[in-house]
Design a protein around this ligand. Structure first.
Ligand code: NAG
Ligand code: NAG
Length: 125
């Protein structure tokens, strides 16, 4: 089994204030929440001591994200990227970077997936 997200993340809308966007598609800010043990109801955010490291943590320090074909934190402006395969590992690492090199994200219902049409395809977890 090969998974990009170690565990499924559930995106849900939050009350949003208007954000200027140059895109024609308006994006809502979302929190990304784990829906399975051991990250059940933990929220995606960067490690305070290493902003490029995504972790699942408490809601009180949750970050908010624009979701489209990229995932960008409104808090840090960093993009969630999928890294290259590491030898001996069955998953791909995630990191936050100043530019997006991953445009494979999509929503299926309220669940974040990699788009079927992307090079990653649709992954099961
Ligand atoms: C992220 O931004 C939201 C909205 O401004 C804020 O409520 C939240 O506290 C911020 N999170 C962090 C970790 O700064
Ligand atoms: C994508 O960006 C990340 C930083 O978020 C970096 O670690 C990774 O090497 C980049 N991948 C490619 C293919 O450029």
């Amino acid at each position: 089994m090969f998974s990009i997200l170690l565990l499924p993340l559930l995106a849900f809308g939050v009350i949003c204030s208007p954000i200027p966007l140059t895109e024609t598609t308006a994006l809502k800010p979302y929190q990304l929440r784990g829906v399975q043990s051991p990250i059940f109801h933990l929220y995606l955010q960067s490690l305070p001591t290493s902003k490029s490291t995504p972790v699942m943590g408490p809601e009180s320090s949750s970050e908010y994200f624009n979701l489209g074909s990229t995932i960008q934190s409104l808090n840090s402006s960093l993009y969630l990227n999928i890294g290259n395969k590491v030898d001996g590992k069955s998953y791909l690492p995630l990191s936050f970077g100043t530019s997006s090199n991953t445009t494979a994200w999509a929503l299926e219902g309220d669940t974040v997936i990699t788009a079927t049409t992307s090079s990653y395809g649709r992954r099961e977890y």
